[in-house]
Design a binder for this molecule. Structure first.
Ligand code: HEC
Length: 305
């Protein structure tokens, strides 16, 4: 009897712990500067409509129709109805952060939607809140033209040094504490180099560069640097550097290959196909021939028993 009680107590404790863990997981841990971020796009009926189009395509399958409480209940945690007071009490920066980073089932939309598109989604979410008053960001997208990058390679350490600054009329502003990324352009999209880094107080970040990326005939690689800054926005810069392995790759359509046009299909494929067609054709001819023979041998006699 006593033992049973201990078991019961233990399981109660475990259940309580799990429950508190779950409620613990429900709060988003959002850095203060991200919380305070505001949209540079004024929210209007037009931006809400554009956001709605994205929402219907991408979010509705999980979050349901706003205000209808018909989100996908089989998920854990259940995706909240975005018109709820819990969501509406969050800052625009919170929502932008949640959309950008995601968490567990809630996907990250950082590389799916541009900043503009993410703000338009928030504009749509806000359109259900009559009390909402927008605070606009002071950021002006035209300022992104002032951002200048420098990419230099340090052979001894195989590090790429990235310098990011903005040339304002009042002088040079170093972009410090910003997230920066480095990519190499490939046939089918971008290859990310190293992890995302944060610029130092001098506006500098370093990336470890691999030594096995095939380049063009001369070893050139197309590098893409990207910075996300609250005042200057998301800015990209491209530069060719001779950091790859020189590779003389024939174009994809030069050799016989399965993805090429008929004249350049692989021989085995042509042979198999032709044999197939011939065999079926000859078989049909053989049937026709036999039918003809049957006909020639006279009318078919009914067999009398
Ligand atoms: C695969 C299902 C799924 C998709 C698709 C999805 N979400 Fe979510 N979303 C979730 C889940 C689950 C949560 C709860 C996450 C948590 O609390 O850990 C969530 C949370 C959120 C929150 C935070 C709500 C709050 O106040 O706690 C916002 C905002 C949000 N989603 C917006 C969106 C938008 C906008 C889209 C479309 C671009 C989207 N979600 C697409 C599953 C999804």
């Amino acid at each position: 009897m006593y033992k049973k009680n201990i078991g019961l107590q233990l399981s109660t404790i475990i259940v309580v712990c799990l429950l508190s863990l779950q409620s613990f997981a429900q709060s988003w841990d959002i850095p203060a500067d991200k919380k305070a971020k505001n949209s540079y796009i004024p929210f209007t009926a037009v931006t809400a409509k554009e956001g709605e189009a994205i929402y219907t395509k991408t979010c509705m399958s999980c979050h349901g129709n706003p205000g209808k409480g018909n989100s996908l209940k089989t998920l854990k945690p259940v995706p909240p109805d975005l018109t709820s007071s819990i969501t509406q009490q969050r800052t625009d920066g919170d929502l932008f952060y949640i959309l950008t980073t995601g968490r567990l089932i809630m996907p990250s939309f950082k590389n799916v939607f541009s900043e503009d598109e993410r703000w338009k989604l928030i504009s749509y979410i806000r359109s259900f809140n009559k009390q909402y008053v927008q605070v606009l960001s002071k950021f002006d997208p035209r300022k992104s033209k002032l951002v200048k990058f420098a990419l230099t390679y340090e052979p001894a350490t195989r590090l790429i040094r990235m310098d990011v600054k903005a040339t304002e009329k009042t002088g040079i502003v170093l972009l410090k504490n910003d997230e920066v990324e480095l990519y190499v352009n490939r046939y089918f999209g971008r290859l990310k180099i190293d992890k995302s880094q944060t610029t130092s107080a001098e506006g500098i970040a370093y990336f470890k560069f691999p030594n096995d990326i095939p380049g063009d005939k001369l070893g050139n690689l197309e590098l893409i640097a990207k910075v996300s800054d609250d005042n200057y926005g998301e800015v990209e810069y491209q530069k060719k550097l001779k950091l790859g392995i020189p590779t003389d790759m024939p174009p994809l359509t030069q050799k016989r290959a399965i993805w090429n046009v008929v004249e350049k299909a692989p021989v085995w494929l042509l042979a198999t196909y032709t044999t197939g067609v011939l065999v079926v054709g000859l078989f049909l001819l053989y049937i026709l021939f036999n039918l003809w023979k049957l006909k020639k041998s006279g009318t078919i006699n009914t067999i009398k028993s």
